[in-house]
Design a protein around this ligand. Structure first.
Ligand code: SAH
Length: 393
């Protein structure tokens, strides 16, 4: 099968020769024939050399490269890519039984536009590109056929992740199988995962390692988990032996989810309390030194570059509150999941917050996303989760 050629302007193959997986619209000289949203295309340098194949898209990213070879993108291709992704998770000891793990992390698994999270026997699949949307049935089939994965159900959840201008009308639905159980296991702790109504694919798998670190620091401490969502950090803090744990989120649904997850793991344990409130308001009224471990894991303050300044101000304001109020010798875990905010910018915002309080603050750990959210070395944009663990005198 030969896909229509997209021919690049002279010199515009440079970043692709370094395996960067995006072709920007400004790099294209011409298309062999009219190309539609989501079509498979072959990318060719101005001298006629074939660079590879990818999914075409309308917008500033015009092609997302699937392969740097001239090959067919078919069921066999997806099966091979998924097998490579699974092998890596197996090597990490993540893919077993009823565990929760990310099987496909877009460019990080050489499948731009595709995210697959696995919760036991259910895979939740998200397309971020029209091309992946059109390939959804083939990919779903490849998932259930994937040797060693035990996937029986595939839920497709792309209503909000596809470019809305593409008008694809993707409905969230099971492509294969149906609902079995919503409980998945992470490091021996159980969690309800609501892929039907929850955010993203239902659970923030990307905080797994950071939750483990919170567990380590929780012994004997009073812990405040701001923006708790499913209560992930709180459950780990409880297992870590926290003296008390308070979970705060402005969403009532998040609070009931947190309570349900606490009941799954620590039923009737009175050390925990969940509170529906606005984070900024709640932090304003906590007592000085009331908590000796505070976790700040807010939603992405900057979804786009133009929101950056306000986002950085938001991070500074939030962190200043926590650093100011945490007990002497206390610890603050602070995160940003905004892709538009760089590691340096985030650190600068936290630095400004610390300086504002005048307290002595040291960085104990610099955190990032876990290994099942790998960063393709040729695509540094794939690094998005940033965290700092602060020790406050
Ligand atoms: N820490 C969570 C993920 C946080 S997602 C985890 O480990 O899974 C961000 C959460 O922030 C959402 O649940 C959202 O409801 C909540 N949120 C957003 N704005 C808020 C605000 N102003 N105050 C409190 N919570 C807020």
């Amino acid at each position: 099968m030969k896909y229509p050629d997209i021919i690049l302007k002279r010199g515009k193959e440079e970043s692709l020769d370094r395996f960067h997986p995006w072709v920007f619209s400004g790099a294209i000289a011409k298309a062999e024939q009219a190309v539609e949203e989501g079509d498979l295309v072959r990318v060719v340098a101005s001298d006629g050399r074939v660079i590879g194949v990818g999914h075409a898209q309308v917008g500033s990213i015009a092609v997302r490269m699937l392969s740097f070879a001239d090959e067919a993108i078919d069921a066999d291709f997806y099966s091979r890519r998924l097998a490579e992704a699974l092998r890596m998770r197996q090597a990490l000891g993540l893919a077993s039984g009823d565990s929760a793990f990310r099987l496909v992390h877009g460019e990080g698994d050489f499948l731009p536009g595709l995210v697959v999270d696995v919760y036991g026997r259910t895979a939740v699949m998200q397309a971020h590109s029209p091309g992946m949307h059109f390939a959804r049935e083939v990919i779903a089939q490849a998932l259930v056929n994937l040797p060693g994965a035990d996937i029986e159900n595939v839920y497709y959840k792309s209503e909000t992740t596809l470019p809305y201008k593409a008008n694809l009308d993707a409905t969230n639905a099971y492509l294969i199988g149906s609902f079995q159980t919503d409980v998945a296991v992470e490091n021996g702790l159980k969690f309800h995962v609501d892929w039907l109504k929850g955010q993203k694919t239902g659970f923030f798998i990307d905080q797994r390692d950071n939750r483990s670190l919170v567990e380590k620091y929780s012994t004997g401490r009073s812990v405040l988990n701001m923006f708790c969502y499913t209560g992930g950090f709180s459950v780990y803090a409880m297992r870590g032996g926290a003296r008390l744990v308070r979970s705060v989120d402005s969403s009532a649904k998040a609070i009931s989810l947190t309570r349900a997850n606490m009941d799954l793991n620590f039923p009737g344990d009175e050390r925990h309390e969940a509170i529906a409130d606005d984070a900024f308001r709640y932090l304003d009224q906590i007592g000085q030194g009331e908590y000796d471990l505070i976790i700040l894991d807010p939603p992405a303050f900057a979804k786009h570059r133009d929101a950056l300044r306000n986002a950085l101000r938001g991070y500074q304001r939030l962190n200043a509150r926590a650093i100011e109020r945490v007990a002497p010798g206390g610890i603050v875990f602070t995160f940003s999941c905004s892709q538009a905010v760089s590691r340096e910018q985030f650190r600068l915002a936290v630095f400004s917050a610390a300086a504002q309080t005048g307290r002595r603050v040291r960085i104990l750990h610099q955190l990032t996303q876990p290994a099942d959210h790998p960063v393709n070395i040729y695509h540094p944009e794939g690094e998005y989760l940033k965290g700092l663990v602060l020790y406050v005198e």
